[in-house]
Design a protein around this ligand. Sequence first.
Ligand SMILES: *[C@@H]1O[C@H](CO)[C@@H](O)[C@H](O)[C@H]1NC(C)=O
Ligand SMILES: *[C@@H]1O[C@H](CO)[C@@H](O)[C@H](O)[C@H]1NC(C)=O
Ligand SMILES: *[C@@H]1O[C@H](CO)[C@@H](O)[C@H](O)[C@H]1NC(C)=O
Ligand SMILES: *[C@@H]1O[C@H](CO)[C@@H](O)[C@H](O)[C@H]1NC(C)=O
Length: 304
Amino acid sequence: MQTQRFLISFVSLASFLINPRVCSPTCGFPAIFNFGDSNSDTGGLSAAFGQAPYPNGQTFFHSPSGRFSDGRLIVDFIAEELGLPYLNAFLDSIGSNFSHGANFATAGSTVRPPNTTISQSGVSPISLDVQLVQFSDFFTRSQLIRNRGGVFKQLLPRKEYFSQALYTFDIGQNDLTAGLKLNMTTDQIKAYIPDVLDQLSDAIRKVYMKGGRRFWIHNTAPIGCLPYVLDRFPVPASQIDSHGCAIPRNEIARYFNSELKTRVIGLRKELSKAAITYVDVYSIKLTLITQARKLGISNQTNNR
Ligand SMILES: *[C@@H]1O[C@H](CO)[C@@H](O)[C@H](O)[C@H]1NC(C)=O
Ligand SMILES: *[C@@H]1O[C@H](CO)[C@@H](O)[C@H](O)[C@H]1NC(C)=O
Ligand SMILES: *[C@@H]1O[C@H](CO)[C@@H](O)[C@H](O)[C@H]1NC(C)=O
Ligand SMILES: *[C@@H]1O[C@H](CO)[C@@H](O)[C@H](O)[C@H]1NC(C)=O
């Protein structure tokens, strides 16, 4: 039954992503503004700290594309299905066109400002608070520059797009692994999750204050199934489940997600003019991992 529910949520997101009629023309989002980490970075970290090397980009874009992926990211599929161009990174000054949105995500970003530099820990300095400062700057200056006319009118969004846009968030995963890097226990990590979610909620409020009304919030992945988490933060064999995932790490992710869901429900009441969608990416990714063979994306033998 559990599996079936996962499959249903996978199928419904997949059909949203694959079938344009599920959404357009009723949604009619003229722009997307995205905040996040490597799950949705389309060139931010690459612009600031050097291009993501091959094999990133090789399958779809045929060269490094600023994404930490060989192909497209979920945010790219969302853009495609809304009939919008792929998002350019706010930080990318080369050839960017922001007429239909901007991407503030950078790989390695956390919600909370990091206390370490990128060279020490690999954590991006562009945490969510910085992404919000950049959004605020973009909000104001895009209109000042657009009013100069000429090519700027084609490169920057119309003022009304800010209230009509889809605001997407996919961030928090690196806040959880930050605790693992510090050798914290599951309980110690759970103890700071409310602080992470307070700051994430504040970011949503700030966008609302600027007129944002449609929010699409991804929860966090089953981090206990991610190869790099299994490799860098190993657990005893007794804590590995039948799919090869680390049970205590997924417990942290599920706790984050249930608390995030509670925050979203609270924000729906507080920000009464907003539509806030909580997207269960955890279940979708867990399905892709545990049912990979059945779904035709792996022939590995460890899938049940
Ligand atoms: C960074 O240090 C400050 C001051 O000690 C603390 O309040 C904050 O929670 C720390 N941030 C992280 C991400 O650990
Ligand atoms: C920017 O992108 C929009 C939408 O794709 C397009 O209509 C416009 O011509 C582009 N601007 C420039 C200067 O290329
Ligand atoms: C975490 O534990 C590992 C293994 O015991 C150790 O090498 C590392 O220095 C510890 N890291 C911190 C930040 O305490
Ligand atoms: C999976 O498929 C690849 C390519 O067809 C093949 O090389 C590999 O041996 C297969 N692995 C297993 C575990 O069957």
